[in-house]
Design a protein around this ligand. Structure first.
Ligand code: PLP
Length: 381
């Protein structure tokens, strides 16, 4: 199989598996236990947190291990709202992931919140001036703005948005799930108060993630129980997952520091050839301001589900957009927010590459895609 769906999830790196191994076996002791055998487990947890802080450029104490990106985002939104119950307005970008759309829609539907969804332009880009204009002084509780979009890879101006938010004393929550490991990040410099991460998007296992809470930012946990994670996330820690996330963070940081090239050149060459060889093909999203592994392409007269089956038969695994949206009959809200009509949104495929993706794989994917589009069109003609 040629796997081009790394934005949905990534394979666990061999070095990550190796780092986790001892914690499935000998080092099984509860990190909160008083016995001596708990020491290496506690140390491993601390080292994993330090490694993650190294990748994200923040203090280890600012990171809380969670079950993933969804939990981290829900926890941040919860904290922001319960700490300011009198503020009942939220702002979000209109291309946010379900993990932000869901909790904010719930606040709107069942808690009487007002939610402003900031428009994006045809390339998926957002205007910080529109964000500033949407703020309701004294009433806006928080702003949720993703760093990199999962369907198109398009980047939002998170630092500039954080500066605007800070001028009004409003916390900014960023979903950085698709940015981590793909581009250098400095949470210290970013000005954001909360950021969410997911291990399985950068070669760690599923079921582990992080919530960054800037150290001067108030926090209120949503789960109550034991005093783990410095009283901010109750429940026995997922030690094996955390160790895996730490190892994956080390790998990503080494690649960044070592100047290991990302898949951008391969992605760009693939897109150029697709647009040249397949009539009626188009790219979605800003070609300049996006992460270097994601390609969102649409094909006139086609439907993504059919194309994906044809690609699958040819050994290519891609997706129609976000994995969470798979199986839904609704067109992607990300693409419709960018102005695409339902048919255009439904004709979109997402190819997401990794550093390990090869030119040979992309050549095969191109050939398979050309055949799949041709076959689909001949079947519906
Ligand atoms: N945010 C974005 C942008 C994502 O792509 C995903 C996963 O698809 C999530 C949040 C949710 O992360 P998790 O799967 O760890 O809950």
């Amino acid at each position: 199989m040629i796997y081009l769906d790394h934005n949905a999830t990534t394979p666990v790196a061999p070095a990550v598996l190796e780092a986790m191994e001892p914690f499935w076996r000998g080092h099984f002791v509860n990190p909160s236990s008083v016995c001596l055998a708990a020491r290496p487990v506690r140390r491993a947890l601390a080292e994993a947190r330090e490694a993650a802080a190294g990748l994200l450029d923040c203090e280890p104490e600012e990171l809380i291990f969670t079950s993933g990106g969804t939990e981290a985002l829900n926890a941040a939104i919860h904290a922001v709202t319960v700490l300011q119950p009198e503020r009942r307005h939220f702002i979000m970008g209109s291309t946010e992931h379900e993990a932000v759309r869901g909790p904010l829609a719930w606040l709107e539907r069942s808690q009487g919140y007002e939610v402003t969804r900031l428009a994006v332009d045809g390339e998926g880009l957002l205007d910080v001036a529109a964000l500033a204009a949407a703020i309701r002084p004294g009433r806006t509780a928080g702003i949720a703005l993703m760093w990199a979009n999962n369907e198109t890879g398009v980047l939002h101006p998170v630092e500039a948005a954080a500066a605007v938010a800070a001028a009004h004393g409003i916390p900014l929550i960023t979903d950085a799930v698709q940015a981590a490991g793909k581009m250098p990040l400095s949470l210290r410099e970013s000005g954001v108060q909360f950021a969410a991460f997911s291990g399985h998007k950068f070669q760690a296992p599923k079921g582990i993630g992080l919530l960054y809470v800037q150290r001067h930012t108030a926090f209120q946990p949503w789960m109550h129980g034991g005093g783990q994670e410095n009283r901010r996330r109750a429940g026995t820690e997922h030690v094996v997952g955390a160790v895996g996330l730490g190892a994956a963070a080390r790998l990503a940081l080494e690649a960044q520091r070592g100047g290991v090239a990302g898949p951008g050149a391969l992605r760009d060459a693939f897109e150029r050839e697709v647009l040249r060889r397949i009539p009626g093909s188009h790219r979605n999203g800003s070609p300049q301001r996006r992460v270097d592994n994601t390609s969102s392409l649409r094909f006139e007269g086609c439907q993504a589900e059919g194309l994906l089956l044809l690609l699958d038969q040819r050994g290519i695994c891609a997706s129609a957009g976000s994995a969470c949206h798979a199986g839904s009959l609704d067109p992607s809200p990300v693409l419709t927010a960018m102005g695409l009509d339902a048919a255009a949104a439904r004709s979109t495929l997402r190819f997401s590459l990794a550093r390990s993706t090869t030119a040979e794989e992309m050549a095969k994917a191109l050939e398979a895609l050309e055949q799949a589009v041709g076959k689909f069109r001949s079947l519906v003609a």
